[in-house]
Structure formats: structure tokens, C-alpha cells
Design a protein. Structure first.
Length: 345
């Protein structure tokens, strides 16, 4: 097998393509011959040594990657619902940037027939993240107003669609003008282009009474103001801290990380109670053992994807050996939708 290995925290140069023996699945596991692997912003944090679950579950060296599409190569003992040759999709707790990945069988599903390999590798992690944020945490009601940061990205594009399916009014936020039309095409009722508009002035204009739910993966740059723009009762859902990482330089600035950490708001339970506001947060990679959560979510989502009612993010692909280019692109903040890595023949 060939896989990307990061031996220690660093920049793009740490993404090294290596050859290793093919892995064998253990009991309850499946080995997948990977066709494509999704690239997520969390992979950047993994490479930089800043992702908590990577430290807890893996350590160095590590192969990034949270999702793959491919063909079952072999099954371990006790796997009854999958067989070699099955075309599948899977979420992985790391290891996705590889020609073969071993995954617990409960994290594997049949590939939707209407998705090619690249699209199939692009939707799982971001759609499960968006679904958990809304279905398990926020529970929006029809008529609620949602503010979705980074609405043109992988998770954001799914939040826009799922928010509209829930009967909500959705306001998306983007960081560049070329992303506006993409978010409107997903069904957003309005889009704030913060490259040419004052984000918070426009947010207040579009929802003078505040937002029922704000979904924010930016971190310190927007968290405090996101909270301030909640109505009563309102929910701030946090699922990332993207603005703490550098744009276009590949390496973290530890001075910036320290300043951002110190500047991150600490929410006061007394204030939350008085204002009737909630702050909710999660990291999907810690939830993969929760089989019932995955099964319930996929029972909701797969029919929507298979019918075309839920669109998969637009996909830009890179061959595995150009993984550094994919990371440069996602770190630039200019991409729309999802990036995937395609495996060599």
C-alpha cells in the first residue's frame, strides 16, 4: 500500500508518500481498497499537531484522513454484512490518505449508486458534522433563523441545505465574492460576503431580533460576536477553530495560537441563564464508537443523498502525490465545497 505519513508536526513538507505492507483487518474490521479520500480542514490541524483526538488515539507518525470511498478488499472475523468486492463509503479515525484503510465495520456503508467515487468520498464527514450540529444539538424549529459561517465550505454547504429542509430561514456567511452564488444555489435566503460587507452590521440588518442558531467553526475571530447576535432563546454551536490556524504559510504561529487561546471567550453560566442562550460544542472524531448515533444519522441522510434531495458538496480532486497542493488550497480559504485525493491505479 501507499500512504501519506506525517512523522511530526510541521508544514506541507511533512506530508510524505511512503510504501508499506498492506494492512489486515482484525475482528469486526474491514480492509478497503481506497479509490478516493476526503480532505477536511481538520486534516491541517492534524498535520500541525493541533488536533486533540489525533494525540489521544494515534500520536506520531500519523496518516490523516477521516473519510474514504472504495471497494472492500477483505473482512475480519465476525463481519457478516459486508463482503470483498462491495463498493462502500466509510468514516475513518485517521488513515484515509492511503490506498488501503482498515475501518471498523460499523463505520462502513454501501456507496450510493448516484455518486461517483470522488463525490462519495466527499460527503460523509461534513454531512455527519452538519447533521449532528442540527439534529442532535441545535434542534431548530420551522421558521427559525440560522446564521451559518463558512457557508460555501464542506460543512457549511450541508448546514445550509439541512437548515432549509428543517424549514428555517438561512443566512450564509462567506469570505469571498466568488462563493456567494454557490451558497445561494444551495438555497440560502441571504448571503453575507464579508470581503466587501461589514459582517455584523449586515447580520443585524438581516435579523434585527437576533438568530435562533449560529453555527460557527471560526473560533476566536467570530465566537464572541456570534454569541452576541443570538436571540432569546438562542444556541451557538461550535465545531472548530479555523481562524487560529495560519492562512497560506503551512505552519502554525505559536504566538498567535497563544494570543487566540487567551482571547477565546469563556461563557458565564449566569449570563447564559439570564439571557436564555446556550453554547454547544462537539468534535465528530470522538463519536465514532457511538454506533447508534452513526446508524441514526445515516438512516436520515443516505435516503436524502440517494434521492438527490441533499446535494453533495462540489468536488475538486488531487492525486495522492499532490496532497501538499490540496492542503495549500484548503488553507487558502479560497476553495468552494470539498477537496478529495484520488489514489494511484
Amino acid at each position: 500500500m501507499r500512504k501519506i505519513v506525517v512523522d511530526r508536526a510541521g508544514g506541507w513538507e511533512r506530508l510524505v508518500l511512503e510504501t508499506h505492507p498492506d494492512p489486515s483487518p482484525g475482528p469486526g474490521e474491514v480492509s478497503i481498497a481506497v479509490h478516493a479520500a476526503g480532505v477536511n480542514f481538520a486534516d491541517v490541524a492534524v498535520r500541525m499537531g493541533l488536533y486533540s483526538s489525533a494525540k489521544k488515539y494515534q500520536g506520531w507518525p500519523i496518516t490523516p484522513g477521516f473519510e474514504v470511498s472504495g471497494t472492500v478488499a477483505s473482512c475480519g472475523a465476525g463481519v457478516a454484512n459486508l463482503a470483498p468486492g462491495d463498493q462502500v463509503i466509510a468514516v475513518t479515525r485517521f488513515g484515509g490518505y492511503a490506498t488501503h484503510a482498515v475501518v471498523p465495520a460499523h463505520q462502513v456503508w454501501a456507496r450510493p449508486e448516484n455518486l461517483d467515487w470522488n463525490a462519495a468520498a466527499a460527503f460523509l464527514a461534513v454531512t455527519l458534522t452538519a447533521d449532528f450540529a442540527l439534529s442532535e444539538l441545535a434542534h431548530p424549529h420551522p421558521g427559525d433563523t440560522l446564521l451559518v459561517h463558512s457557508a460555501a465550505g464542506g460543512v457549511g454547504s450541508q448546514l445550509v441545505q439541512l437548515g432549509k429542509r428543517a424549514g428555517c430561514r438561512v443566512v450564509g456567511v462567506v469570505g469571498a465574492s466568488h462563493k456567494v452564488d454557490a451558497v445561494l444555489a444551495l438555497g440560502a435566503d441571504a448571503v453575507i460576503d464579508k470581503s466587501r460587507q461589514d459582517l455584523w452590521r449586515e447580520a443585524a440588518r438581516l435579523a434585527p431580533e437576533g438568530y435562533d442558531v449560529v453555527l460557527d467553526a471560526n473560533g476566536v475571530e467570530t465566537l464572541r460576536r456570534s454569541y452576541a447576535h443570538l436571540r432569546s432563546p438562542g444556541k451557538l454551536v461550535v465545531y472548530g477553530f479555523a481562524t487560529m490556524l495560519p492562512r497560506g504559510r503551512g505552519r502554525p504561529s505559536y504566538a498567535k495560537l497563544a494570543i487566540d487561546w487567551l482571547s477565546t471567550p469563556r461563557f458565564d453560566p449566569l449570563d447564559l441563564t439570564t439571557r436564555n442562550r446556550s453554547v454547544l460544542a462537539f468534535n465528530l472524531s470522538y463519536l465514532f464508537e457511538r454506533r447508534e448515533l452513526l446508524e441514526t444519522a445515516m438512516a436520515r441522510l443516505l435516503p436524502l443523498v440517494e434521492s438527490g434531495a441533499l446535494r453533495v458538496p462540489s468536488v475538486t480532486s488531487y492525486p495522492l502525490e499532490r496532497v501538499a497542493d490540496a492542503h495549500r488550497a484548503i488553507e487558502s480559504g479560497r476553495t468552494v465545497g470539498k477537496l478529495v485525493l484520488t489514489m494511484p491505479e
